[in-house]
Structure formats: structure tokens, C-alpha cells
Design a protein around this ligand. Structure first.
Ligand code: AMP
Length: 209
């Protein structure tokens, strides 16, 4: 059974690869970023609490995100899973292995992309308001979603200043997890500056070994 985690900085292509891996393996997937943004949109108590973190480019506190992920896993653990954006800290990674609410991952995929390219991608990144697909547009375009024709919108947290804070957090807290999973022989590091098709081909080849 596949239990996959997907790590990478903002705009490294996690969402795109997550959709493709889901189709390939038929596993359920959770994007913790999407989950948190949905809570904010719903105006729930949790949403009000996490909005401050999201808007300032900070990670949400470990106990809060761990509880949300544990709830999701409890409902989706029959056929394996894919977590896009979790774990992001050592505390979260250790909980995945030692906390009975979770199970250890079988594979950790890390997408590596230089900062300058991430900044370029952030500037052109849009999300479909209907199906949630991530789409890259050129400046000033009024394109529609190529998947479903839905309206494309910018993510509220995709300004450059916010990106730089998220990237700094990523370097400090999440990148060290590459070594953590490499030491367990579970790391698949992929050059995320390559095209989505090329990145997926590498992941697919690894999964079908
Ligand atoms: P993403 O869509 O994956 O870029 O996530 C958007 C934002 O959600 C991040 O910048 C964090 O503020 C928050 N977030 C998502 N996943 C986590 C996590 N595992 N731990 C802490 N914060 C998270």
C-alpha cells in the first residue's frame, strides 16, 4: 500500500504532481494548504485562527495541523494516501511515525527548485475557482482553466513578500526533512525545475519499479 508524502517549496509543482500520482495509483490525497484555505473561506473557528498564519506566510502550529491531518487520515486510510504539504516540520514527521493516529510513509518525494525560478512561477500562478487545478499564465492574460473552463484566480498568499517568508520557513523547517527521509532510504529527490511531464515520468518510473 502506498503512503506518499510530497515535499517542496511554494510553486515547486506539488499540486500538479499530486493530481497525476492520484490518477496513477488511485490513492486519496490531501493538500494541507487547500484544506486550510477552505477553512478560511468557510469562516469556521479554525479558519479564523489559521487565516492570520496564512496571510503572514507563517506555518500554522504543529498541534493544529496534526489534528486536522489525523482526522482526514482516519477517513481515508483503507487504500493508502498521498499527503501534499505534510509533514513540514520535524515534529510533524516524527508524529507520522510514532503517533497512533498516523502511519509511517512508504515514500517521501522532494521537489527541488531554485528560488529565482520559484519567484517567476509565483508571479504567473493561478488556481481554478471550480476544480482547484493550478495553472500557469502569462502576464495580463484572461485565460480560463484548461481542465474545466472555470475562472482562474490568484491565491491570496501568492505575493512576493509572502512567498519569501514561506520560502524562508521552508528552508529552515522543511528542507532538513530531506536528510531525515534519506537516512531511512525513503527519499526520492526530483529536480522540480524540469517540466511537469518530465518530473512525473521520474516519479512514475520509481513507483512502477
Ligand atoms: P501550500 O498550499 O502547501 O503552499 O500551503 C499554504 C500554507 O498553508 C503554508 O504557507 C502554511 O502557512 C500552511 N500549511 C500547509 N501545510 C502546513 C503544514 N504541514 N504545517 C504548517 N503549515 C502548513
Amino acid at each position: 500500500m502506498h503512503r506518499i508524502i510530497l515535499m517542496g517549496p511554494p510553486a515547486s509543482g506539488k499540486g500538479t504532481q499530486s493530481l497525476r500520482i492520484q490518477k496513477l495509483l488511485g490513492v486519496s490525497a490531501l493538500s494541507t494548504g487547500n484544506l486550510l484555505r477552505r477553512e478560511v473561506e468557510s469562516g469556521s473557528e479554525i479558519g479564523v485562527e489559521v487565516e492570520v498564519y496564512l496571510n503572514s506566510g507563517a506555518y500554522v502550529p504543529d498541534p493544529l495541523i496534526m489534528k486536522m491531518v489525523a482526522n482526514w487520515i482516519a477517513e481515508h486510510d483503507e487504500s493508502g494516501w498521498l499527503l501534499d504539504g505534510f509533514p513540514r516540520t520535524l515534529v510533524q514527521a516524527q508524529a507520522l511515525e510514532s503517533d497512533p493516529s498516523f502511519q509511517a510513509p512508504t515514500l517521501a518525494i522532494a521537489l527541488d527548485v531554485p528560488e529565482a525560478l520559484l519567484e517567476h512561477r509565483i508571479a504567473g500562478r493561478r488556481e481554478c475557482s471550480q476544480c482547484g487545478a493550478t495553472v500557469s499564465v502569462s502576464a495580463g492574460s484572461d485565460e480560463k482553466c484548461p481542465e474545466c473552463g472555470g475562472e482562474l484566480v490568484s491565491r491570496a498568499d501568492d505575493d512576493l513578500e509572502n512567498f519569501r517568508r514561506r520560502y524562508a520557513n521552508y528552508r529552515e523547517f522543511t528542507q532538513p526533512l530531506f536528510d531525515y527521509y534519506a537516512a531511512q532510504g525513503k527519499l526520492l529527490a526530483v529536480d522540480g525545475s524540469r517540466s511537469p511531464n518530465e518530473v512525473f515520468a521520474i516519479i512514475e518510473q520509481h513507483l512502477q519499479r
